[in-house]
Design a protein around this ligand. Structure first.
Ligand code: PLP
Length: 432
């Protein structure tokens, strides 16, 4: 056994965490094991997990059927190059994905993370227009407050106000941004709401390869829920201007918003769709980019006649097995009922936060609950307060948000939301 103090020092002094400094007093907790919605820390404390490890662990940790499927696959083959070789997990997963995603999507590119799935989507759009004889269509239009990942192409279509854009400046491709839709989910989308996108397409369609957005829920850029009507109008505008529509379903996919995919709220289909995060139930890293035959045919027929991408760990058999098993578990479960139940639990449980003078608003959609504060919270102290309250919740900026596993019990959900209410009310006693 490692001395726990030394382990903590090694982590602090030598390992980066997401968006972290090497020398920092930010708390980092060591997890020894995890079951269902419970994280067991190395000091023996147990936390109810409110984050599903960033949207992904939808069936809970250490699921017996997921474990068994992966063990079985380990004894067949764990990894294979995908150049010139294929395997049944990749094929079965493709069948499954094509059966549950919008029916126009017919071709799948497997990759290893959400950001790469976005890079692949952008490349598909560029190759499509190149093949169709419009190589000048090299720009993308995206929404402010969007988030599409941390790699260079993904950064170039993510919100331009956040640090990554200002910092990397000229190193990023210059794309067009339109205002975040302010029409809320459940409301209509007015002409004023869609005007910025309509104008951008009017002006720039001739240079634009695709419009890219997160459907209905903008995730890391603010956990904001916008009108499905906006998506419908965006689809119609893309059709009118002959521009491709890329939907980034990496956070929203696999039931989180109450539909299997968020584009179903608007009954529209994208030309290109990115999925990741919950794809493997949070077991392994896998993402995919799906597109229509019109796009894949054009890419085939253009120069150089192939799609120009090929990661080493493409379609990893273990990851495909995890994804296939996770999707089967989801489809065999009463997931719509679970999401409705969680939506109600979040609505009821978080409602008392509205009494706090420091809370701007509480909003809930599907299994996503958000308490937006008036001011940014101190992440280190609030994280510690949550751990002391027995829950794992990791706010960012002004947002304290929950996205529990779909299998969370009503009691655990109530305990989770009670802790959020207690910690937020506790903030009122102390200055932030
Ligand atoms: C998380 C996320 C990504 C990036 O995925 P990674 O696996 O972190 O690279 C892209 N788009 C959306 C909408 C996301 O939520």
């Amino acid at each position: 056994m490692n001395d726990p103090d030394t382990s903590a020092d090694t982590d602090r002094n030598h390992i980066w965490h997401p968006y972290s400094a090497m020398q920092s007093d930010a708390p980092v907790f060591t997890v020894a094991s995890a079951h269902g919605v419970r994280l067991k820390l190395s000091d023996g404390r147990e936390l109810i997990d409110g984050m599903s490890s960033w949207w992904s662990v939808i069936h809970g940790y250490n699921h017996p059927l997921m474990n068994a499927a992966l063990e079985e696959q380990i004894h067949k083959v764990s990894h294979l190059m995908f150049g010139g070789l294929t395997h049944s997990p990749a094929i079965e997963l493709a069948r499954q994905l094509l059966a549950i995603t919008p029916s126009n999507l017919s071709s799948i590119f497997y990759s290893d993370s959400g950001s790469v799935a976005v890079e692949v989507a952008l490349k598909m759009a560029l190759q499509y227009w190149h093949a169709r004889g419009h190589p000048q269509r090299r720009k993308f239009i995206s929404l402010r407050c969007g988030y599409h990942g941390d790699t260079f192409g993904a950064m170039s279509v993510s919100d331009p106000e956040t640090g990554i854009h200002s910092l990397f400046g000229d190193a990023l491709a210059q794309n067009f941004f339109v205002a975040q839709p302010r029409c809320r989910f459940g409301e209509a989308c007015s002409d004023d709401d869609i005007a910025p996108l309509a104008q951008a397409l009017e002006k720039h369609a001739g240079q634009t390869a695709a419009v890219i957005m997160e459907p209905v829920v903008q995730g890391a850029g603010g956990v904001w829920f916008y009108s499905a009507g906006y998506l419908q109008q965006a689809r119609a505008l893309c059709d009118r201007h002959d521009v491709l529509l890329i939907l980034d379903e990496i956070a929203t996919g696999f039931g989180r918003t109450g539909k299997l995919f968020a584009c179903e709220h608007a009954t529209i289909a994208p030309d290109i769709m990115c999925i990741g995060k919950a794809l493997t139930g949070g077991y392994l890293t896998l993402a995919a980019t799906l597109t229509s035959q019109a796009v894949s045919d054009a890419i085939d027929q253009g120069e150089p006649g192939v799609f120009m991408h090929g990661p080493t760990f493409m379609a990893n058999p273990l990851a495909c097995t995890a994804a296939l098993t996770s999707i089967r578990l989801l489809l065999e479960s009463p997931w719509q009922k679970n999401i409705q139940r969680i939506e109600q639990g979040l609505n009821n449980g978080l409602a008392p936060c509205r009494d706090s003078g420091q809370v701007q608003e509480v909003r809930v959609l599907g299994a996503i609950g958000v308490v937006e504060m008036k001011q940014a919270v101190d992440m280190n102290s609030i994280t510690r307060a949550f751990v002391e309250a027995g829950v794992w919740v990791r706010p960012f900026g002004k947002l304290v948000y929950l996205m529990p596993a779909f299998i969370i019990s009503d009691d655990d959900l109530a305990e989770l939301t009670r802790a959020v209410v207690t910690v937020i009310k506790g903030l009122a006693q102390k200055p932030l």
